[in-house]
Design a binder for this molecule. Structure first.
Ligand code: SAH
Length: 252
């Protein structure tokens, strides 16, 4: 077995039933190719193979890559690379689903990257830190509602499926884990420039205790209607669709 490397967020799943449950959670109704991020030593991979998916794996750790090559030859395409730095269109040209027990230290960055490719990713099933999963699924009005909740929920339905305890990993992480499923319901928003939308959301949440009037001061145009009711609210009071409307008002 491989000794886990902390800096790569390696916590290998040791419970095959849970691996099976994660694999079963991927519906993949159109039998699309599946990309697993961070297969490690292949506990989840093995279950994905059983489902006969057209499977590609992307793994940063050479030791895991060599282990996978040795133990499961030819059952998948294996790419030794950093998911965050890889042009995924070079691996998969068309639509695909994403699955993985993600490295928790970079899970937010992974989701931002998934969002960049969302026109090709209709479904994602993954395990992440429980708090992060809850934050993503959180609705407006909650303390945990933030940038990722807004942006993900604008494109994906998000379901919190189940919680996984620390003791089923080697080594055990310090936190509990949660498995979520994202199902895309649209891949763009009519008339919206996503860079502008992201700028509005990020700028608002960067100072989450301030009102929109104060946090967005630098990007509100002169002609903006300063009586607009959004201005007196804090960012967590705006629904994802409110952020879309606010972006329209600012950049129209
Ligand atoms: N899926 C395995 C391993 C999960 S641990 C299991 O459930 O047992 C997270 C895995 O992601 C590790 O194998 C780690 O090497 C890999 N990883 C970390 N950063 C990565 C990156 N940037 N790109 C691809 N894989 C990465």
């Amino acid at each position: 077995m491989i000794k886990a490397k902390k800096y790569l967020g390696q916590h290998f799943l040791a419970d095959k039933n849970i691996a099976g449950k994660i694999a079963d959670s991927l519906i993949n109704e159109n039998a699309l190719p599946v990309l697993e991020i961070g297969p490690g030593t292949g506990v989840l991979t093995e279950k994905l193979i059983c489902k006969n998916f057209n499977l590609s794996l992307i793994e940063i750790d050479i030791e895991s890559v060599e282990y996978l090559r040795k133990n499961y030859d030819n059952k998948f395409r294996l790419i030794h690379a950093d998911f965050l730095k890889t042009d995924i269109s070079k691996i998969l040209e068309n639509e695909f689903c994403v699955v993985g027990n993600l490295p928790y230290n970079i899970s937010s960055q992974i989701f931002f990257k998934i969002l960049e490719e969302k026109h090709r990713i209709p479904e994602v099933v993954c395990m992440i830190q429980k708090e992060v999963a809850e934050r993503m699924a959180s609705s407006h009005g909650n303390k945990t509602y933030g940038i990722l909740s807004v942006i993900i929920q604008l494109f994906y339905k998000i379901e919190y499926l189940f919680t996984v305890n620390e003791n089923v990993f080697i080594p055990p992480p310090k936190v509990k884990s949660g498995v979520i499923r994202l199902t895309r319901y649209r891949d763009h928003i009519e008339g919206i420039n996503e860079k502008q939308l992201l700028k509005v959301v990020k700028t608002a949440f960067n100072q989450r205790r301030k009102t929109i009037r104060n946090s967005l001061k630098s990007i509100l145009p002169e002609k903006f209607d300063f009586n607009n009711h959004y201005l007196s609210l804090r960012p967590e009071q705006l629904s994802p669709e409110d952020f879309v409307k606010l972006t329209e008002l600012i950049y129209k």
